[in-house]
Design a protein around this ligand. Structure first.
Ligand code: GLA
Length: 688
């Protein structure tokens, strides 16, 4: 178990360093991420290199028994660089440059930046590849964090190269982007630009490819640095810190190139669903490399400084959040940062060692946590713990939230709503792209899978054919990889599996939006909420609930109608269908159940799939997660919670039994999992 923080000794006089190492030992720190923003200290001027200070601090840490996750220091180029080379600057959608004075102002596509960054990384890697303190490499920092999109000339040139490689000829690009529409036909790749500021809706296929390009560009930066580090003979694992469901980076496509997944997570203390939101993030990052532990590379010991209001954590919250990470697969707990900065944009951000010193609650909690983690010993690897696959796909995220659609959808929120309902029931979930849905899962849920690649559709169909239970929809299987309708209508790939055919989308009005007609009657008053009938489509039958976002009109040609709409634009039509398929089944949800009624639909799905929760009873506010034989139980609530569980407390023979967990209290329980019954052995009534 790694324990430690980002360490920025370049912000401090050397006299402080021995004190740092002494206090790190006191706090149980095993590892620090070193020098993440140290470029201007390492290379104070073109051609001037200063590694002596870095040699000294690495040696000092090593003597103190602290290992180093060595950063490549490329995330904030020094002012000399962007002054001499303005072509290294990134630009906004107007083409206006971002300037130095903060961080991450460079264009990741700029050949100048890449050349200078490559030299820095090469020198670092050659110097420290064999240093016994270095246990890992930290490439750049949160690639793309502040710069989701770059519209610089360097990005323009790289985008042309990227589109040329993807399409080969401009005719193919025209076909893929549907440029016959609005006179957008390109005569050559030299006419292709990143989708800069435009008067109206931009070509969705162009925008989608540009998002792919940006994600690929950041990945290229990672690969460039990884290759340099390896070429220098380094054998340590290499990683770059991710940010959970971070919109611009398709981490599912990055993961195969990264030795160990590392993630940064800053729970919002004002988010009422905080423990569920973070449970989703941990499950997402764990699912990137199934069966492998990951490292929490950054969390805050207490308050952050970059939201509008930054309250402290509750007493015990830090330990409870840490337990959540471990329970969901983390083998390393690290912070931003070791010692609170005295100057600069983050001086109010908490750290392990606060500006107010060691008499603080934050310090005591950091020390106590270090002791507790050191006592854990070896933990089982996360394995085949999750019976449910929740489909989440970045390309689809980019496409489904595009402009010019029947409605808007917050895709991440919908996926999180499903995840929250499963988590509340104590059911483990992997969060994966459709291609990764396989026979190890019993249930797969795929909402709003608008852009469905052929390989994804094939995997979902195979999953059902082999006995899995699939719940797809709504707004699923609508377009191909280029955001074009496929030939033959909608649900062209999954329709035969689901036994349904598609007529129309029929958007509902978001509950907080007045329709134009309603507003017209209320000029001068605050906009009224949409009437219930326009916002919700109620459905009933085998399941009852209220649909939101869309009330699609479908035909259940070859499927049982589980529930039909009772209200809304598709009244009388099927709202939920099920097609039995051998041991498996395929459900179509023609509407998105409201958060209040989603549980009723989910209960039917988990019964059909024979999925069982980790605990028979999961009280409100309590989280339960499995990691191999280890079950983590956490009370995130504000009231004590009574929990009953089989198994013994980790590190002792004491049975957990039935106990009351105080708010923020948690327990690690060793409880070997009983093998789940084969689907065919389940009584039929439990399956349907
Ligand atoms: C990010 C960065 C860190 C620091 C923290 C502050 O995670 O990687 O350098 O800025 O945010 O919360």
């Amino acid at each position: 178990m790694l324990y430690g923080a980002d360490y920025n000794p370049d912000q401090w006089p050397e006299e402080v360093w021995p004190d740092d190492v002494r206090l790190m030992r006191e706090a149980g720190v095993t590892t620090v991420s070193l020098g993440i923003f140290a470029w201007s200290r390492i290379q104070p001027a073109p051609g001037a290199w200063d590694f002596a200070w870095l040699d000294r601090i690495i040696d000092l840490l090593h003597e103190g028994g602290i290992a180093v996750n060595l950063a490549t220091a490329t995330a904030s180029p020094p002012p000399w660089m962007t002054t001499a080379h303005p072509d290294a600057l990134a630009a906004d959608e107007h083409g206006a440059p971002y300037w130095h004075g903060s961080r991450q102002h460079h264009s990741p596509a700029s050949p100048t930046w890449r050349r200078l960054a490559a030299e820095l990384v090469r020198r670092l890697a050659e110097r420290y590849a064999d240093h016994p303190a270095v246990v890992m490499w930290h490439v750049d920092n949160e690639l793309g964090c502040h710069l989701h999109e770059d519209f610089s000339d360097a990005a323009r040139d790289a985008f042309r190269t990227w589109t040329r490689a993807r399409y080969g000829s401009v005719e193919r690009l025209n076909e893929a982007w549907g440029t016959a529409f609005w006179s957008q036909r390109y005569g050559s790749f030299d006419e292709v630009f990143p989708p800069r500021k435009a008067p109206f809706i931009r070509n969705p296929a162009h925008v989608l490819d540009y998002k792919r390009f940006m994600s690929d560009t950041w990945l290229e930066v990672y690969l460039m640095q990884r290759d340099i580090i390896r070429a220098a003979g380094a054998t340590q694992p290499i990683s770059t810190n991710m940010m959970g469901a971070f919109p611009p980076a398709d981490y599912a496509s990055w993961a195969p190139h990264i030795d160990v997944i590392t993630d940064d997570c800053y729970p919002d203390p004002l988010d009422p669903a905080r423990p569920l939101t973070t449970a989703f993030q941990r499950d997402l990052v764990r699912s990137l490399k199934r069966g492998q532990p990951w490292i929490l590379m950054e969390q805050a010991t207490d308050a952050v400084n970059w939201r509008a209001t930054n309250p402290s954590k509750m007493p015990g919250q830090l330990a409870a959040e840490t337990a959540q990470s471990i329970g969901r697969g983390a083998d390393g707990i690290m912070f931003f940062q070791w010692r609170q900065s005295r100057a600069g944009a983050e001086k109010f951000h908490s750290a392990m060692l606060p500006q107010a010193g060691t008499r603080t609650r934050t310090w005591r909690e950091a020390v106590a946590l270090g002791e507790r983690l050191a006592a854990l010993g070896d933990l089982p690897s996360p394995g085949d713990d999750a019976p449910v696959a929740l489909v989440f796909d970045w390309e689809n995220w980019w496409a489904v939230e595009g402009e010019g659609h029947p409605m808007t959808v917050d895709y991440l929120q919908v996926v999180r709503d499903w995840h929250a309902a499963l988590t509340r029931r104590g059911i483990m979930v992997d969060v994966v792209p459709p291609e990764r849905v396989d026979g190890r899962y019993r249930l797969a849920i795929a909402p709003f899978l608008y852009l469905l690649r052929e390989a994804g559709a094939e995997a979902l169909a195979r999953f059902v054919a082999h006995g899995g239970v699939l719940a797809a929809g709504p707004f699923t299987d609508v377009v191909d990889d280029n955001d074009r309708f496929r030939e033959g209508g909608f649900l062209t790939q999954l329709g035969p599996v689901l036994g349904v055919a598609f007529e129309d989308f029929r958007a509902l009005v978001p509950p907080d939006r007045a329709t134009v007609a309603e507003r017209a009657g209320e000029v001068g008053s605050a906009a009224a909420g949409a009437s219930d009938e326009r916002a919700f489509a109620r459905f009933a039958g085998g399941i009852a609930g209220a649909g939101t976002i869309l009330a699609e009109a479908i035909w259940a040609d070859d499927a049982e109608v589980v529930a039909a709409y009772e209200t809304g634009p598709s009244t009388g039509r099927p709202a939920v269908t099920r097609r039995a398929h051998g041991d498996g089944s395929a459900w179509y949800l023609a509407t998105q159940p409201s958060p209040e009624t989603l549980g009723a639909v989910l209960d039917a799905l988990i019964a059909d799939a024979g999925v069982r929760p980790e605990l028979d009873e999961v009280p409100e506010g309590v989280e339960v997660a499995r990691r191999g034989d280890l079950v983590t139980i956490i009370n995130h609530g504000t009231e004590p919670a009574r929990v009953e569980a089989e198994g013994t407390l980790l590190g002792s023979d004491e049975p957990f039994g039935a106990r009351t967990l105080a708010p923020q209290e948690f327990a690690f329980v060793l409880a070997p999992r009983e093998p789940a019954p084969a689907r065919a052995d389940l009584p039929l009534e439990a399956r349907a």
